[in-house]
Ligand binder design. Structure first.
Ligand SMILES: C[S@@+](CC[C@H](N)C(=O)[O-])C[C@H]1O[C@@H](n2cnc3c(N)ncnc32)[C@H](O)[C@@H]1O
Length: 179
């Protein structure tokens, strides 16, 4: 990945970290999983385990939006882009002020006490911006009993295009509307 910002090295984390062994044990408990999440885990197993960074670059989008992630080659549909990486921890007061939190579901459709916090311990995937017409999909994938939030291409993407996914209505409920 082309580095255009001087980020401290501890920001580079391309996988999940768990804030405590208790949370990891909870995440590993057997639970109902959908066929889709198991299939996605198998389909993208190699990419999830390799933590390889695809051909993308970080570019400044605007003062309002900040950094964004751009394709540095053409991508086909159904290519793995990234895992939403960060620290899995319990929710706490003040999370609404943190732009880098992604809900960490244990079971689809069920409330979860956890989220992935990419503010401090973060992967480059935290720089992917929101779009109402996204070229990436976010989904839950399960590999070796652990859930992962993955981002993969929803369509063919040309070199130079910004990569975006839809953050969902909950994200924007408490924030200024997206551009
Ligand atoms: C996960 S961060 C994305 C990376 C961010 N651009 C940065 O430089 O750190 C999410 C934040 O980026 C900004 N953002 C992302 N997509 C946006 C959009 N479509 N319109 C306006 N702001 C956006 C908002 O400030 C949002 O809270």
């Amino acid at each position: 990945m082309e580095k255009v910002s001087k980020r401290p090295p501890e920001l580079v984390l391309n996988r999940l970290a768990f804030a405590s062994s208790r949370i990891l044990r909870d995440a590993l408990k057997p639970r109902p999983r959908t066929r889709e999440q198991l299939w996605l885990g198998r389909y993208f197993q190699k990419e999830l385990l390799s933590e390889k960074i695809p051909d993308v670059s970080l570019r400044w989008v605007s003062d309002e939006i900040g950094w964004g992630v751009f394709a540095e080659r053409n991508f086909s549909k159904m290519e793995f882009i990234a895992e939403y990486a960060g620290l899995v921890r319990r929710r706490r007061k003040g999370d609404l002020a943190n732009a880098y939190c992604f809900e960490y579901p244990l079971e689809i459709g069920e409330w979860t006490p956890y989220l992935i916090d990419a503010e401090e311990a973060a992967g480059w995937s935290r720089y992917i911006n929101h779009s109402d017409r996204p070229n990436l999909l976010s989904a839950l994938a399960t590999l070796e009993g652990i859930n992962h939030i993955i981002l993969y291409t929803n369509e063919t993407i040309s070199k130079g295009t910004e990569l975006c996914y839809n953050y969902g209505p909950d994200y924007w409920k408490h924030r200024k509307n997206p551009r």
